[in-house]
Design a protein around this ligand. Structure first.
Ligand code: RIB
Length: 297
């Protein structure tokens, strides 16, 4: 079973700050790092580190070869990542003392992925496979509709949130993944509750409150608790959750088990600074869970 991920690849420029800047404020950074990021690349790396087979579909500029090398080092298959004329995407990320962030995104090459990438890559896909999407690339509707037609399980993270982007892909989705804020934005934009959306499954990640999988066909809800940790950097936690969830489903874990696995991976990520580079392996997640079980009273 293969996970196809049409996703962004960004250079993440991290600045650690005492607090997030106010309008008109000049702030000195307490630390600077550059790493691999982009919601797409983060999710692909999470899938690979969780032990799943993942093919990334995307684009970089000539300046972005180091990012593809880093994805390949993590185990992501990158034959369908093209080098285009546009410079690679990048993100400027401010992280405060509590681990919260503000992100400015420059899409660059992520919005100029050639159509052929989708057609060529999905040609081999079967109905056992999964398509992952987020809202940082072009061709979301084309990929979602083609994958839906071929019977793939289509999973979409509505981030960064844009109501019209969700509306365009919704008819093709098997599973929509949102955080609590995105769920509220979605309901406000569509003027309805989540269960009235034309999508069979919605996962809502709720930070310290854990995560819920709503199956609207059966009316069932799977709820998994969050694992409390001291947050160093929450950036990429949602991507870690989504990638691990897709990996768990591709490995035929039960939905509940896949959700718990994803919640543990996201909790461990939050204790580390960075995005793709900080996503744990499944062995590290198992170790983290074993340590917690060992230290429980
Ligand atoms: O979700 C975190 C990601 O959002 C970062 O890696 C950044 O590149 C932006 O895409």
């Amino acid at each position: 079973m293969t996970i196809y991920n049409l996703g962004s690849i960004n250079a993440d420029f991290f600045y650690r700050l005492d607090h997030l800047p106010q309008p008109g404020e000049t702030l000195a950074s307490r630390g600077f790092t550059r790493g691999l990021g982009g919601k797409g690349a983060n999710q692909s790396v999470a899938c690979a580190r969780a032990g799943a087979q993942v093919r990334h579909l995307g684009a970089i500029g000539a300046d972005g070869r180091w990012m593809v090398e880093r994805m390949e080092d993590a185990g992501v298959l990158c034959h369908a990542v093209l080098i285009v004329r546009e410079a690679s995407g990048h993100a400027v990320i401010y992280v405060d003392g509590a681990g919260e962030n503000t992100i400015i995104l420059h899409p660059g090459a992520n919005r100029t992925i050639p159509d052929a990438v989708i057609d060529d890559a999905l040609e081999e896909a079967t109905q056992d496979d999964i398509l992952l999407l987020q809202n940082e690339t072009c061709l979301q509707v084309e990929a979602a509709s083609l994958a839906h037609e071929r019977g793939l399980f289509v999973m979409y993270s509505a981030a960064p949130f844009e109501a019209e982007a969700v509306r365009a892909v919704l008819p093709y989705l098997s599973l929509l993944v949102v955080n609590e804020v995105e769920a509220e934005q979605l309901c406000a934009a569509f003027g309805c509750t989540l269960d009235a959306l034309e999508v069979p499954n919605v996962v809502v990640t709720r930070g310290r409150l854990g995560a819920q999988w709503h199956n609207f066909a059966t009316g069932g809800v799977i709820e998994v608790p969050a694992i409390p940790v001291e947050a160093l950097d929450t950036t990429g936690a949602g991507d870690t959750f989504a990638g691990y969830l897709a990996a768990g489903l591709s490995q035929k874990r039960t939905r509940e088990d896949a959700m718990s696995f994803a919640a543990a991976a996201a909790a461990l990520k939050v204790t580390r600074a960075g995005t793709a580079d900080a996503i744990p392996t499944s062995a590290e997640v198992d170790g983290f869970l074993a340590d917690r079980a060992g230290s429980a009273p």
